[in-house]
Design a protein around this ligand. Structure first.
Ligand code: DX5
Ligand code: ZN
Length: 234
C-alpha cells in the first residue's frame, strides 16, 4: 500500500466504506476511482468488542473483486487472531487489530505479515500509545482512534493529537518509518491538525461518502484542506 503525494507531504486518504449506503457498496467504491484515495478502509465489527455489527468475509471478497484499491481491514472484533487467515484469503492487503483484544499482539502481528499483509495495531482513545512500543519492529501501521470505535459520524477528539505526536517521536527515535493512521471524525476542519501532529494516513467515512458533491469531491476536500494548511505554515 503506497502513499500518494499530496501538497508536498505524502498523505494517504483511506475512505471508510462504513459510511456508504450498505445496499450500494459497489457504486460507492466506483465513485472513488481516480479520486486520489489510495486504500479502502473496511471496518469489521462484531457486536462484542464494539456495539455495532458490520461486514463479514463475503463482503470483503466482493469488495476485493469490485475495486483495485487495496483493502485495509480494521478489525474491531474479539479474538481477531482466529480470523486472520480467512480475511487474508478474502483479499485483505492490510489487517489492523486492536491491542485491547490482542493478548498475543506480537504473535498476531507476525502472523499478519506472514500472510502477506501490512500489519497494523490500533489503540482506543483510553489506551496509551505505549501499548504499541514493545511491538515497534513488527508494526507497519499504528492506528490512533480519534473517536471511540463502533460508529461513524462521531466528533473528533482533539486530545488524541498528543498521542499521535508521541508516537511519531517514538518512531523517529527508533528510526522506523511506520505509518500513523488516524480514524474517526476526520473532516476538512480536523485533517490538517492530524497531519501536523504526524499522521500519515487519514481514515474518513462521513466526510467522504456524505459529501454533497460525491465521494471523490470528499477526498479532494480533505486533500485541499491539508495543502492549504501546509501553505499557511510555509
Ligand atoms: C469507527 C470506525 C471508523 C469510521 C470513521 O469505529 O473505525 O473507520 O468509519 O467514520 P467517520 O469518518 O464518519 O468518523
Ligand atoms: Zn476504522
Amino acid at each position: 500500500m503506497t502513499n500518494t503525494p499530496c501538497g508536498g507531504a505524502s498523505i494517504v486518504i483511506a475512505p471508510s466504506i462504513l459510511a456508504a449506503d450498505p445496499c450500494a457498496l459497489g457504486a460507492a467504491v466506483g465513485e472513488l476511482e481516480g479520486s486520489g484515495a489510495t486504500r479502502l478502509h473496511v471496518d469489521i465489527m462484531d457486536g462484542r468488542f464494539v456495539p455495532n455489527i458490520t461486514f463479514g468475509f463475503d463482503t470483503v471478497s466482493r469488495l476485493h473483486a469490485l475495486t483495485a484499491l487495496p483493502l485495509e481491514l480494521h478489525l474491531m472484533i474479539v479474538e481477531p487472531e482466529r480470523h486472520l487467515e480467512r480475511f487474508a484469503a478474502c483479499g485483505a492487503a492490510g489487517i489492523t487489530v486492536h491491542v485491547e483484544v490482542s493478548p498475543h499482539l506480537h504473535r498476531t502481528l507476525q502472523t499478519i505479515r506472514e500472510l502477506g499483509c501490512v500489519a497494523g495495531a490500533a489503540v482506543n482513545p483510553g489506551t496509551p500509545e505505549t501499548a504499541l512500543f514493545e511491538v515497534t519492529d513488527l508494526l507497519d501501521c499504528a492506528l490512533v482512534m480519534t473517536v471511540n470505535p463502533g460508529f461513524g459520524g462521531q466528533k473528533f477528539l482533539p486530545s488524541m493529537l498528543g498521542k499521535v505526536e508521541r508516537l511519531r517521536q517514538h518512531f523517529t527515535d527508533c528510526s522506523r518509518t511506520a505509518d500513523i493512521e488516524v480514524d474517526g471524525g476526520i473532516t476538512s476542519d480536523t485533517a490538517a491538525s492530524a497531519v501536523a501532529a504526524g499522521a500519515t494516513t487519514l481514515v474518513a467515512g462521513t466526510s467522504v461518502f456524505h459529501h454533497p458533491e460525491g465521494a471523490a469531491a470528499g477526498v479532494h476536500a480533505l486533500q485541499e484542506s491539508i495543502v492549504k494548511a501546509a501553505e499557511q505554515h510555509s
